[in-house]
Design a protein around this ligand. Structure first.
Ligand SMILES: [Zn+2]
Length: 159
């Protein structure tokens, strides 16, 4: 069993009142929140706060992603063909055509898709993205997207 599977088994996902994931906590802490009526049960591994909590800005993702965080978000898989080897990072809108280094323009691509795409726009390349690249709301989105817990993934913006 991987650490992430263990995490999903023993821990509880805490949702904001708006159903946005805000924390992963122990079942003991979750139980206290339920007892104090500060949270409600959503499912076996998910609870939801009764009152909305504002998330501090420093917990939000930085505007510009690192290469590593793009690999993590895309699960180390080519976003065009699903390959897991010889990976690089592709600009969906090529830099030469004004594409930026942002979350919504960078995807993991294998070298053959990267070559095939070259300097073309997506529509002209004949390639298709498996999903639209997006900026995670918080680090928690990245963590949840890596777990095998389907109950949690329902609330993850990236999945
Ligand atoms: Zn590929």
């Amino acid at each position: 069993m991987t650490n992430l599977e263990l995490l999903a088994r023993e821990q509880i996902l805490v949702l904001n009142a708006s159903y946005e994931p805000i924390n992963i906590t122990s079942w003991k802490r979750a139980f206290v929140l339920l007892l104090k009526e500060k949270a409600q049960v959503v499912s076996e591994k998910v609870i939801r706060l009764v009152n909305f909590i504002k998330i501090p800005f420093n917990k939000m993702m930085r505007a510009k992603p690192s290469r590593n965080s793009i690999y993590t978000r895309d699960s180390h898989k080519c976003q065009y063909c699903g390959a897991t080897r010889r990976l690089t990072i592709d600009h969906v809108i090529p830099k030469s055509k004004g594409g930026t280094d942002d979350w919504d323009n960078l995807v993991v691509a294998c070298s053959s898709c990267n070559v095939k795409k070259g300097d073309k726009m997506l529509e002209q390349s004949g390639l298709k993205l498996s999903r639209r690249p997006a900026r995670p709301r918080t680090h928690l989105d990245l963590t949840i997207s890596q777990t095998n817990c389907e109950e949690w993934k329902e609330y993850c913006y990236l999945v």
